[in-house]
Design a protein around this ligand. Structure first.
Ligand code: SF4
Length: 245
């Protein structure tokens, strides 16, 4: 009879970070700590995963689609958008499902809180040999509790933990991406030109839809009003904009 494994998938957001750290204190055992990067996260996100590995005493191992976001865009021959969110399924959900199915019996711990009753965790309980647990809910942890715990551990969460090209981001986030990482920006622009499509959907706001148009506007001195709010956010959850593993 194989020994049961225990896995915590770390999106990098506050809830899964808190969950992993608390589990090692409250229920010490051998855990596997995983992340499902798309390869398009900001460098600060990878630094966060490395730091967490040090704190947890075990590295956070990536489980990912070999091509990452860029490769999936090539495979699908299209840029993901609000209506076609294949990126989350292919880059996060399917690799994690495959990992679980290959490692049964296994318990998967998910960082859903007690104050988000309506929110569903990833649907993996249907895989034979997989048990799902939601310890933050079991422990009655609210968002305020999570932040308070992270403060006691002096753990901060990166401002952006999702994809740099995510179609879901706000205009102020696009501005900060442009000002922080022009190489990553130009790579996104090249993909838009190659695919003759855009990451942003038309009609969301009064800004240009394409990354090239946005760059022209930013270089011309136009600054989104929301930038200040993005730099000093009310504490955010982070992680992929769409999925909870
Ligand atoms: S962060 Fe955005 S682009 Fe990246 S996988 Fe999630 S929904 Fe897709």
């Amino acid at each position: 009879m194989p020994v049961e494994k225990h896995v915590v998938a770390l999106s990098g957001g506050k809830d899964s970070t808190c969950l992993a750290l608390m589990l090692t204190e409250r229920e010490p055992r051998d855990y596997l700590f995983l992340c499902t990067p798309t390869g398009n996260e900001p460098e600060a996100m990878f630094a966060h995963w490395r730091k967490l590995g040090d704190l947890l005493g075990s590295p956070v191992r990536p489980v990912m689609h070999p091509g990452g976001l860029k490769g999936v865009i090539t495979e699908q021959q299209m840029i993901p958008n609000f209506r076609a969110r294949f990126c989350t399924r292919i880059l996060k959900i399917e690799p994690y499902r495959a990992f679980l199915a290959l490692n049964t019996p296994i318990t998967s711990y998910v960082g859903l809180r007690a104050d988000e009753e309506g929110r569903a965790g990833g649907a993996y309980g249907d895989i034979p040999g997989v048990t799902m647990r939601f310890p933050l809910r079991e422990w009655g942890m609210t968002e305020a509790d999570v932040w308070s715990y992270l403060d006691t551990r002096s753990v901060t969460i990166p401002r952006r933990t999702d994809c740099k090209w995510c179609f879901h981001q706000r205009i102020g986030e696009w501005y900060l991406f442009w000002s922080d990482d022009i190489d990553g920006w130009l790579e996104g622009e090249a993909i838009e030109a190659e695919r003759n499509a855009t990451f942003r959907s038309p009609g969301r706001d009064t800004w240009p839809v394409s990354m090239k148009g946005l760059r022209d506007a930013f270089e011309g001195g136009r600054i989104p009003k929301s930038v200040e709010r993005e730099i000093n956010p009310i504490r955010q959850s982070g992680a992929c904009r769409v999925c909870t593993l």
